[in-house]
Design a protein around this ligand. Structure first.
Ligand code: ADP
Length: 437
């Protein structure tokens, strides 16, 4: 302020001096200081205009060089702008980080304005709804998502629950299932969350099917046993007849027992950690054991002319879980024995591939038609239901084999020619093999 007063005073004195030098009389000499004041006002105005231009240009890092009050004002403004700029940059950085976190989410997020138009959408939401996050900004969501269930969801304005709509096609023909839920926020704005629930719905339906199948499988032998119990209670039977009925009841009980054992095996396989790599077992012994069990089954089922032979490599040492591998290999050999008619040949053994060690079971049984092959490892899937039951099958054997193979980092392969026979191969990573000492 003092500086401005001094400047004004200098102008007034300079004007008076000039008037005196020019030789104006005392009366008119007053014009000198007045001219000095006008000159100061113009000068100060020019400085103010310079500052205003600088403020308008927004080039805060390049201020005009002025002294005094204006210089001070410029310096203070520059600092204030710098602070604001830093704050704005900070907020922008945080917003960018926040948006990229939402962008990375597998859940879809869309922000809608008060008219229901898209303000922002992440990539997952775009994939779920088949929209373009850039192109469709400011488009009405109701025009982009045309499913009738979504239209009535919007119309009802009851957003306490989610709504399911068909999503994009997966594997060509089936459609994904997308769940949408709206959350009102701010002033009439909406947060829209989308979720791909296809896998969840499929798992739910598989679980439902599984429970229905298990109930059915248990109910069948139970019904038979109840029938026999009623017969034994209501009829007076000869000891031979009683013995016969009790034997049949025993068979049904054994069937339930096998089913429960297979179910427990499956649940153990699902619930326990995958087998490690450091437990080494004798592959030859394992093979001997499952072949012996197969031979006993063959004898018990009266297939006197069925041949079981060992093939392939010997001196096999294997890393894996012994009870899981015994169960998987045993299932393949017992299937071969059960489905191959008397007189047929079953060969089982180890074969070494370039990057795997394989357990192979070949039979000369009825074979399996190609359309059944992709479904064989589904739980309770049978090609011939009555044949499976007759031979004591649960429909879970190959599901167990596939599980065991996968837990050991391997796979199950099936090839078959109807009328000629089938080959089942469990191939395990070569790392699980070493030649026995
Ligand atoms: P199951 O207990 O019924 O044998 P699996 O899961 O072991 O159930 O096998 C599924 C189906 O695959 C069987 O019902 C049978 O139809 C078919 N199958 C399995 N092994 C053989 C085989 N060696 N020869 C012919 N068909 C087989």
């Amino acid at each position: 302020m003092l500086m401005r007063l001094i400047e004004l005073l200098v102008c007034v004195v300079a004007g008076w001096l000039l008037a005196t030098l020019v030789g104006l009389d005392t009366h008119t000499a007053l014009l000198g200081p007045i001219a000095g004041v006008v000159a100061w006002v113009v000068w100060d105005g020019l400085k103010a205009a310079k500052v205003a231009r600088w403020l308008q240009s927004r080039r805060y890092n390049n201020p005009p060089k002025l002294l005094g009050v204006w210089g001070d004002f410029i310096e203070r403004s520059r600092k204030a702008f710098r602070r604001l700029q830093r704050k704005a940059q900070d907020s922008q950085r945080r917003l960018d980080e926040f948006l990229s976190a939402i962008q990375a989410s597998p859940n879809g997020v869309i922000l809608l304005d008060d008219l229901g138009r898209i303000e922002w959408a992440n990539q997952s939401a775009s994939d779920h709804l088949g929209i373009d996050a850039q192109r469709d900004i400011r488009q009405y969501i109701r025009n982009l998502v045309r499913s009738p269930s979504f239209a009535s969801y919007l119309q009802r304005q009851n957003f306490d629950h989610s709504v399911l709509i068909p999503g994009p096609a997966i594997n060509g023909d089936t459609l994904a299932e997308i769940s949408i839920r709206m959350f009102p926020y701010g002033r009439d704005r909406m947060l829209m969350l989308t979720n791909d629930v296809t896998a969840l719905k499929r798992a739910e339906s598989m679980r439902r099917d599984f429970v229905a199948n298990v109930s059915h499988e248990i109910r069948t032998p139970l019904t038979v046993i109840r029938g026999f119990v009623e017969t034994l209670q209501s009829l007076s039977l000869t000891p031979d007849e009683q013995h016969h009925y009790l034997e049949l009841m025993g068979q049904q009980a054994a069937r339930m027992d096998t089913l429960v054992a297979d179910l427990l095996t499956l649940s153990r396989l699902e619930g326990s950690p995958a087998p490690g790599w450091h437990e080494w077992l004798d592959g030859d012994q394992l093979l001997e054991r499952v072949l012996q069990d197969g031979q006993s089954l063959s004898t018990v089922t009266g297939k006197a002319s069925q041949t079981l032979q060992r093939l392939g490599l010997s001196g096999v040492s294997l890393s894996g879980n012994i009870s899981e591998l015994t169960s998987a290999m045993g299932n393949l050999v017992s299937n071969a024995v059960r489905y191959t008619p008397d007189g047929g040949v079953i060969s089982a053994g180890w074969e070494l591939g370039s990057d795997s060690i394989k357990f192979v079971v070949r039979d000369t049984g009825p074979g399996i038609a190609p359309e059944h092959l992709p479904r064989l490892t589904e739980r309770f899937y049978r090609v011939d239901r009555s044949r499976s039951r007759e031979t004591g099958g649960t429909g879970l054997g190959l599901a167990i084999v596939k599980h065991v193979a996968q837990r050991h980092g391997g796979e199950l392969h099936v090839s078959s020619v109807v009328g000629q026979g089938s080959t089942f191969v469990i191939s395990l990573p070569i790392k699980r093999y070493r030649a026995a000492a």
